[in-house]
Design a protein around this ligand. Structure first.
Ligand code: GTP
Ligand code: MG
Length: 188
């Protein structure tokens, strides 16, 4: 059959925002490719694994396929000491997933700093790369709405790149499909 288009996705955001939990939901178990992302058959498996997720050291590479695309996801560590690794992958990326912990109000200024640094980087600045934001942890009581997150990060000032924000609950998988659908529409 036809070769699927290969897409490199960079998953960024502060530590503890939920990047690995999200990617774990997107990929099938054991990397089997016959079921689509978020298929109910293996969603259960991912959920039972959610509690086993540990902070990422450096980064992990995950691969999964949808009907039209073949994704390679770089799941970066969000810890301060590893954030300098992010920029090495900007050049070869076709899309960015930026995950925000919607409960962590104290660190929203840090999120904004990291986002601004990303958007101003020479390998990103002039690129019309789609950026998908997840306002994650929407299940928690003190979570800010996606509108509030949009406002705090001044996302409306991003003019030169397509971007989209979805509220998500990575543990249950809520909101992830909507985000992935948008991203696929931007790429294919
Ligand atoms: P680093 O690898 O350190 O950069 O963190 P990360 O962004 O990969 O976060 P990770 O996926 O490891 O999740 C951090 C913690 O948040 C874990 O205990 C997850 O179970 C929890 N978590 C992730 N998403 C959600 C969510 O939507 N709701 C709730 N309640 N907890 C979540
Ligand atoms: Mg992680």
């Amino acid at each position: 059959g036809l070769r699927k288009k290969e897409v490199n996705v960079l998953c960024l955001g502060l530590d503890n925002s939920g990047k690995t939990t999200i990617i774990n939901q997107l990929k099938p178990p054991n990397n089997s490719n016959h079921l689509g992302p978020l298929s109910s058959e293996w969603k259960h498996v991912s959920q039972t694994q959610a509690q086993d997720i540990v902070p990422t050291i450096g980064f992990n590479i995950e691969k999964f396929k949808t009907s039209s695309l073949s994704f390679t996801v770089f799941d970066m560590s969000g810890q301060g000491k590893y954030r300098n690794l992010w920029e090495h992958y900007y050049k070869d990326s076709h899309a960015i997933i930026f995950v925000v912990d919607s409960v962590d109000k104290l660190r929203m200024v840090v999120v904004k700093e990291e986002l601004d640094t990303l958007l101003q980087h020479e390998d990103i600045r002039d690129k019309k790369i789609p950026v998908l934001f997840f306002a994650n942890k929407m299940d928690l009581q003190d979570a800010m709405s996606s509108n509030k997150v949009t406002q705090m990060l001044c996302l409306d000032s991003i003019q030169d790149k397509p971007w989209h924000i979805c509220a998500s609950n990575a543990i249950k998988g809520d909101g992830l499909q909507e985000g992935l659908d948008w991203l696929q529409g931007q790429i294919s």
